[in-house]
Design a protein around this ligand. Sequence first.
Ligand code: CO8
Length: 260
Amino acid sequence: MSYETILVETRGAVTLITLNRPQALNALNSKVLAELIDAFAAYEADHTQLCAVLTGSGEKAFAAGADIKEMADKPAVDFYLEDHFSGWQSDLVKRTRKPWIAAVNGFALGGGCELAMMADFIIAADSAKFGQPEIKLGVAPGMGGSQRLTRAVGKAKAMEMCLTGRMMDAGEAERSSLVARVVPLADLLEDALKTAETIASMPPMAAIANKEMVNAAYETTLEQGLLFERRLFQVLAASEDKAEGMKAFVEKRPGVWKGR
Ligand code: CO8
């Protein structure tokens, strides 16, 4: 399937999705959302694909936010009636059970920062800049920034960033646990794809379960989370890949996975 605003390619078991509106710093308009939803659904449905990477085209931006030009004249009631921005959460986050990484190659502002934070983790270029500058436009984050940024970096930094609109550079983002790792811009894509390949080489069902467990830590009490973890561990213990993984270890050879 070909798209207007994104590029999608597969490299072995890894899907690479690139936001491709460099002239608008990859701003997220409705077309981008519709195409991303479609691309992520295709990734989720394709059993040959086991990890995805999302990045931005050009060296300047991952995404500079929701498309301000598209939103500028939009009637307020339409934001409510269309439940504007809900697709990001319902389709990209909830319906994508398989892992995906955001490779942030420059500005990740507003909706761009929020989109990156929807990934399972972020690898950032040393040139990356993160921010929630919506207050300068008379609004506020609308795709999860006030919630995910606060959970990632804590109240003080999240509040300061939302109230002043200031950007966080890559070094501060790493120190603040917003990103998993910072690499030189020239190495970003290769590093993210290599990391994705490593994940794609793992038993696929275990990858989904590991993702679900870590995400549960954001939604539950410790007691409920520990129970959820134990139950999923017990489900994995019944899988063919568990039998194969442990046998392969004993026989000192790589495992061959069935994904069940
Ligand atoms: N939307 C649309 N176009 C954009 C956006 C954007 N978010 N960001 C940049 N562009 C466009 C510019 O208009 C410009 O286009 P043109 O050449 O046609 O004038 C082109 O991209 C290049 O941008 P600049 O010339 O501005 O590049 P600079 O290097 O000078 O500046 C910045 C780079 C600092 C990133 C600057 O572009 C900027 O500040 N962008 C906007 C960042 C921002 O405010 N993002 C938040 C948007 S709002 C949001 O994401 C969530 C809204 C939730 C609303 C909820 C409502 C209910």
